[in-house]
Design a protein. Structure first.
Length: 271
């Protein structure tokens, strides 16, 4: 086995299905999940100094225990990312999977453009039985330096597949789950902060806040017949909490959007 990738699942044998009624023999090939031996990594060229952070994760269409993690980390001064790189291809076509993986690795980046850090992981190309959409970062982990009241986070992020977790963020965060997967976040809002958590596929969305948080408006919207869990007895959806205080957040939204008649729960938890 080469050092570039390994099959983490045992290769599935070619299955022969015999259509008795027609007398035809049909061969169906199933695909194997290939994982790169080493994670792809990238680090900002300079220290984070309060700039906005934009994260775009084009996750593979099929993943195992994947998704995206955004972590506020007091031990780092630069934005760092780590990606578990995968591709799917026939069990006899590891070479094509390797090509897709190597191309996907080149999309992993942390780049400063003006006053915004752009963090990304995308797909590789299609090669023989390895399709572009099934390649990329199966799990993308982003670590950002700790924020503060004087240097709050301003994060915008989206991921197309898998669970999303956000922790240690201090300030504003707008996070969208575009594919299947729950969204869970622990955020400390600052004065004027805008926090928006949204699932586009009616999955569960949970936000944990400090017990003394303040906000001008709080919106809690489940999908379908989904439930609302709220640990704060003095907070109602559409209302605020100590809204007139100077250090109140501007708005907090926790939303699971309607999708294919599914039910999505939302929760506001107390830290």
């Amino acid at each position: 086995m080469s050092t570039s990738s390994r099959a983490v699942l045992s290769a599935v044998s070619v299955l022969a299905l015999v259509a008795v009624a027609t007398g035809c023999s049909v061969t169906v090939k199933t695909q194997t999940h290939y994982v790169n031996k080493d994670d792809a990594t990238a680090t900002g060229a300079q220290d984070w100094n309060g700039e906005a952070i934009n994260i775009s994760h084009q996750s593979p269409d099929a993943i195992y225990n994947g998704g995206m993690k955004i972590i506020g980390d007091a031990s780092v001064t630069k934005i760092t990312v780590k990606g578990r790189m995968i591709a799917w291809a026939d069990d006899t076509d590891k070479t094509s999977a390797d090509l897709s993986i190597q191309e996907a690795i080149k999309t992993v980046k942390v780049e400063l453009s003006g006053n915004t850090w752009n963090v990304a992981c995308g797909h590789g190309g299609s090669h023989n039985t390895s399709s572009a959409n099934k390649s990329g970062c199966e799990l993308l982990e982003i670590r950002v330096p700790a924020g503060s009241a004087t240097k709050p986070h301003k994060i915008t992020a989206s991921s197309s597949n898998g669970d999303i977790t956000v922790s240690g963020i201090y300030g504003s965060a707008s996070v969208v789950s575009k594919g299947p997967g729950d969204l869970t976040a622990d955020i400390t809002p600052t004065a004027g902060a805008i926090i928006s958590l949204q699932s586009e596929k009616a999955d569960n969305v949970t936000l944990t806040l400090p017990s003394d948080f303040k906000a001008k408006t709080v919106t809690l919207t489940p999908a379908g017949k989904g439930t609302v869990t709220n640990d704060f007895s003095d907070v109602q959806s559409g209302g605020g909490r100590n809204a007139s205080d100077a250090d109140a957040a501007e708005s907090i939204k926790v939303q699971s959007l309607e999708f294919a008649g599914a039910d999505g729960n939302v929760a506001l938890k107390k830290r």
